[in-house]
Design a protein around this ligand. Sequence first.
Ligand code: NDP
Length: 334
Amino acid sequence: FNEIPTGYPEPGKTTVFDENRTIDLENAPLNGGVLLKVLVVSNDPYLRGKMRDPKILSYTDAFKIGAPLANYAVGRVVRSESDNFKVGDHVTGTFNFEEYTILPASALSYLRKLDNNTNLPWSVYVGAAGMPGRTAYSAYNEFAKAKKGETIFVSTGAGAVGALVIQIAKRDGLKVIGSAGSDEKVAYMKEIGADVAFNYKTTSTDEVLDKEGPLDIYWDNVGAATLDSALGNMNVNGRIINCGMIAAYNTKEPYPFKNLLRVVSFSLSFNGFIVSRLDNKYAEKFYAEFVPLLASGEIKYREEKTPFAQAGEAIQRLQKGENIAKSVIIVADE
Ligand code: NDP
């Protein structure tokens, strides 16, 4: 991490690929921990929030200038001083964006061993079978309070989280409306079961929601104008699940909401959350119940892969909304 961005992160400026960092693979001290070969690191919208002045408090630490980025990742154990992790084990946790990384003993409680016999590619463990999957599964179960036949609207419905929410809601018997930013994404939302899918760049969100609503549940991935349109079309006692507001991550302009009063007049509930705070309650159920649905193909996912040397470009593309699926950065194949 090289410099705090003012707008979109810029490869070569905000982030630099440093080929001079080295690690002594045979002799570097592990202090009771493990040395990992990193296979995949995740690219997620919230990384932009970590590229900030560390004096600004948030739910997650700011990146340090001069230190590597870090995020959810999968790696293979190359050396181990821990009884719990053997050479050859595949593990997921939060690692530096490095080809090899050392986790000290104190970090091992956050490391999860993965089943070496799984039919899922390792990259899926930072996507549908990882943090974005837990986000969709945990928050839907915690906040949707869905009844069969109700209507849900999912913005960014072709994305890592949104595409899973569409499928969970469909299996729950809801009418599902999805929005996304391209016709190709609209086709994908239909393929995974959305009853109504539209391109918000070419179709008016207000018009679609007016025709297909009212909404009992709105899963918000975007904030700003999309949230305002959803607010204006919510049913009495509707539930809004505030997962994210990516439209606000790279701009300082506050959005002038018109329909906020409806929260009061229609008795709406607004449920913001951070997935890690739901993990105690849902993570084990997620791995036991949801990941097998991915492995069997009953729930679908798709990925966009970028080689490690272009991580900075992938980060910018995601912040601009130009990714077409869950963005993963491939560091090594095996
Ligand atoms: P995605 O894979 O969906 O990628 C981001 C997508 O956001 C883009 O592809 C783009 O799709 C869409 N988008 C919509 N409006 C904008 C905009 N103004 N600028 C840029 N992109 C835009 O990401 P995720 O599924 O990983 O994340 C979705 C949301 O969930 C994010 O807001 C994220 O911060 C949040 N999140 C929250 C968590 C929590 O704990 N609360 C945990 C994980 C994610 P399109 O073409 O449809 O516009």
